[in-house]
Design a protein around this ligand. Sequence first.
Ligand code: ADE
Ligand code: ZN
Length: 349
Amino acid sequence: MIDFDAIPRAALPDLLRRAPKAELHIHIEGSLEPELIFALAERNRLALAYPSVQALRAAYAFSDLQSFLDIYYAGASVLITEPDFYAMGAAYFARAAADHVVHAELFFDPQTHTERGIDIGVVIAGLARACADAKTRYGIDAALILCFLRHLSEDAALATLAQALPWRQHLLGVGLDSSELGHPPQKFARVFARARALGLRLVAHAGEEGPPAYIESALDVLQVERIDHGVRCLESPALVERLAALRMPLTVCPLSNVKLRVFDRLADHKLPALLDAGLCACVNSDDPAYFGGYINDNLVQTFAALPQLGPAQAYRLLRNSFEASFCGEGQRSAWIAELDAAFVAAAQH
Ligand code: ADE
Ligand code: ZN
């Protein structure tokens, strides 16, 4: 038993930083820092629309998801070779290790690259090498989730899945991202059915900007095992009840939600309500290079902004990250035991 009342609020930031955690919602292209964008542009002799790192960073002021995606896809255009994709992954894992991430499931957007003429094998090889290195260098267990761009057609998604098949062993699952409104999950029914038949795990962004009906469609039509974001479920009490009964994970990204104007301020974020409703929510960084922070920044800033969140909620969120992950059962129990030990130690101080 963990005595949460014995953990002072002042101990929370340090505890959140030190505790083991899983990150389940990180777009690896969204971890591309401006410094690396400039370094890769130089290496590949590409011209950028911004004169400096500072000017690029200053452009990171978004009014909604689409305004972010426009700049995010432009940033990813500097990735050309296998070592470029490796460098992007390696930079993320160095940050993740510093944040005590022990398990990471990385989203990547192959169509962002194949549409520019990059071979999907180059993309997957570089990222898979970074994942393998993360294990040997930091002990991080890492895997890849291939995301389909929902603003493109389902036929394009089917072609992408077919192109990825020679690298099937490097893929944990498939996801669905990019512009949500006007591109409901059911548009991708066939490609998700095919991915399921291949034994791939299924997740989808839904309920970030889209309505609760998109979350229902992700569950009913795509048969996903996790919802990415999902915060708009709160608009439908019946859906909240269903998600709670299923223990359907929601990978919530607080700093992203503020930067993309889903909520005005962190203090307005509905994470406390999601937890109070018994939902399996966890905290993630989404696109940390663009939204002002990695997973520990998300956790620490969110707890600082929301006094309703205390040690019990901190434990619940971190535990949910493991419960929601696609790791093996033995590994899951071992990490939860480590998490428990961190909280027991904090309660004894
Ligand atoms: N691609 C990268 N970040 C995304 C987000 N937050 N929503 C949808 N697509 C994305
Ligand atoms: Zn996302």
